[in-house]
Write a protein that binds this ligand. Structure first.
Ligand code: GLN
Length: 474
C-alpha cells in the first residue's frame, strides 16, 4: 500500500480495485499514529476523513467523482477550514475556529480531496526550521535529530513520511521550497497573484503565496490547476486563465537557463551542494540546453531587503491580534491597555515579537526612509534585474538551500544565521516569480537537498514541464 506516491498511481489502483479512499485514509491515519514523534500534525480530522472517504468511494463508484478523488491532503495551520480550528501554530490563536473556508480549501473539497488534518508550522509562518511553533518542532523524517525546515515543516515531513499524499503550504520567503529541500519532496511557490490568499492567515501580504508540497511534479501540477485562478474574495488575484498544467508536461524543447556565479561563491554554501548543482548544470548542457553564467549583483541584498519589508508588513498584519477580536486574551488584562499589552506579550512567541518590533521600527517616522523606503527601492532593482535576466532565459537555476537539514536546536538562538538560510529562496518572493524545489540529490550525509528553478511570472506550465522532465531524467 505505501508504494502509492502519486495521485495517478492511486487512481489506477482504485480503478483496479486494489484500494479505496477508505483504505487509503485508514492507512495514512495509522502512519500518522505510528509516527507521532515527528509532530507533523497539529490536529488530525480522523472521523471526518473516514466519513468523507466513504462518500468519495461512492462517488467514484457512480462515476461522479472530482479530479482529486483519491488524494488525501494535509493543510498548513494557517489556512482556514470552516468549523475547524486554525492557529498559525501560535498561542495567540490556540482554540480559534474558522468561520469560513479559504478559497483553496473550497476548491480542494469541490474536487473531492480528503483533508486529513492541519499541519505544524512556524508561528505565523515565521521561521526556517519549524522550531518557532507553539506546538513544538516538526522533526525531519529522514533523521529525527534534524529540523524539517520551515515554515511549512509539518507539510514537507507529512508528505515525505507518507502521512498523506500531498499538502498545501504557504511561501513568503521560501516556506514551501526550503522544507521541501530538507525533506526530499517537490515544493512549488506559484507566481504572486496566481492562487487566492482568501483564508490564508496573512504574514507579509505582498509576498505570501499558497502552493503544493508533493512527491511528484505531476501532483503539483494537478493541485495548482485546481487551486489557481480568479477569486472574487481576493482583490490581488490575477484574472489570467489557468492553464491545464497536467496536459502540458511533455514539453521537451531545449531551454535557456541562467545561473548566478555569485551563488556558488556565497559563504555557507556546502561544498557538496555546490558540486552537485554544478554537475547538474553540466548534464543539462550535455542534453542540449543552453546554460549560462549571468551575474546577479544583488545576492547580498536579498535577505536584508526581504526582512525589512516582510517585518514591516507583518507588524501591520499582526496588529489585529489584540486580545479583543480573536483568540487569546491575557487573564491579567483589566483595562484596554493591559488587554493589548499583556495579551500580545503572552500570546506571541519570541520570533514573532522580534519581527513585530523590527517591522514597527523600520516603519517609524524617523526611520521610514532609511529602511522601509530604501528596501522598497531595492526590491524594485531586484525585480528589474530578475525580469531582465528572464527576458533572455527561460529559467534561473540555483540550489534551494545552502546545505542539508541541520540539527534541531542549532540555530534557534541565532536569528541572523536562521535568516541567512533563506538566501536562495527569497528572490522569487521579492520579485513575485514562480519557483520550484526539486529533490534531485542526496548528500553523502544521507540527507536530501533541492535544486531550485525560477521562471517568468505565470510561466508555471513551462516550469512544471521542465521540472517533470528533469525529475525523470537526472
Ligand atoms: N524563512 C522565511 C522567514 O522566516 C520564510 C518564511 C515563509 O516563507 N513563510 O520569513
Amino acid at each position: 500500500m505505501n508504494s502509492y506516491r502519486s495521485l495517478n498511481s492511486i487512481k489506477d489502483a482504485i480503478k483496479a480495485k486494489k484500494t479505496t479512499c477508505l483504505g487509503l485514509t485508514k492507512y495514512y491515519l495509522e502512519n500518522i499514529e505510528e509516527l507521532r514523534t515527528l509532530n507533523a500534525f497539529v490536529e488530525v480530522f480522523k472521523e471526518e476523513a473516514i466519513a468523507r472517504a466513504k462518500i468519495i468511494d461512492n462517488k467514484i463508484a457512480e462515476g461522479k467523482a472530482g479530479k482529486l478523488a483519491g488524494m488525501v491532503i494535509g493543510i498548513k495551520d494557517n489556512i482556514c477550514y470552516k468549523n475547524h480550528k486554525v492557529g498559525a501554530a501560535s498561542k495567540m490563536l490556540d482554540g480559534f475556529e474558522s468561520l469560513y473556508n479559504a478559497t483553496v480549501v473550497e476548491r480542494l473539497l469541490a474536487e473531492d480531496a480528503i483533508i486529513i488534518g492541519r499541519l505544524n508550522c512556524d508561528e505565523f509562518a515565521m521561521g526556517s526550521a519549524n522550531e518557532n511553533s507553539y506546538y513544538g518542532p516538526t522533526k525531519n523524517p529522514i533523521d529525527e535529530s534534524k529540523v524539517s525546515g520551515g515554515s511549512s515543516g509539518g507539510a514537507a515531513t507529512a508528505v515525505a513520511a507518507n502521512l498523506c499524499l500531498a499538502a498545501l503550504g504557504s511561501d513568503t520567503g521560501g516556506s514551501i521550497r526550503q522544507p521541501a529541500s530538507f525533506c526530499g519532496t517537490v515544493g512549488l511557490k506559484p507566481t504572486y497573484a496566481r492562487v487566492s490568499r482568501f483564508g490564508l492567515i496573512a504574514f507579509a501580504s505582498s509576498f505570501d503565496q499558497i502552493g503544493p508540497i508533493t512527491n511528484t511534479v505531476e501532483d503539483a501540477a494537478t493541485i495548482l490547476e485546481v487551486i489557481a485562478g480568479q477569486d472574487d474574495y481576493d482583490s490581488t488575484i490575477s484574472t489570467r486563465k489557468v492553464e491545464q498544467y497536467t496536459k502540458l508536461l511533455d514539453d521537451k524543447k531545449p531551454k535557456r537557463i541562467a545561473y548566478f556565479p555569485e551563488c556558488f561563491e556565497s559563504d555557507g554554501l556546502d561544498s557538496e551542494v555546490k558540486s552537485a548543482i554544478l554537475k547538474q548544470i553540466q548534464t543539462l548542457k550535455s542534453k542540449g540546453h543552453i546554460v549560462e553564467r549571468v551575474s546577479f549583483p544583488y545576492l547580498d541584498y536579498l535577505v536584508p531587503t526581504y526582512y525589512v519589508l516582510t517585518t514591516a508588513e507583518a507588524s501591520s498584519n499582526l496588529a489585529r491580534f489584540d486580545g479583543v477580536h480573536y483568540g487569546y486574551r491575557s487573564k491579567k488584562a483589566d483595562n484596554p491597555e493591559t488587554t493589548y499589552l499583556k495579551t500580545r506579550t503572552e500570546g506571541f512567541g519570541k520570533e514573532v515579537q522580534r519581527r513585530i518590533m523590527l517591522g514597527t521600527f523600520v516603519l517609524s517616522a524617523g526611520y521610514h526612509d532609511a529602511y522601509y523606503t530604501k528596501a522598497q527601492k531595492m526590491r524594485r532593482l531586484i525585480q528589474d534585474k530578475t525580469k531582465e535576466i528572464l527576458n533572455e532565459f527561460d529559467f534561473i537555476l540555483t540550489p534551494t538551500t545552502p546545505h542539508t537539514a541541520f540539527e534541531l536546536g542549532l540555530e534557534v538562538k541565532n536569528p541572523v544565521a536562521m535568516y541567512l538560510e533563506d538566501i536562495f529562496t527569497v528572490l522569487a518572493n521579492l520579485s513575485g516569480n514562480p519557483a520550484i524545489s526539486l529533490p534531485l540529490t542526496e548528500h553523502s550525509n544521507g540527507m536530501p537537498f533541492g535544486t531550485q528553478l525560477m521562471a517568468k511570472p505565470f510561466y508555471e506550465s513551462e516550469l512544471l514541464a521542465f521540472s517533470h522532465n528533469l525529475m525523470n531524467s537526472l
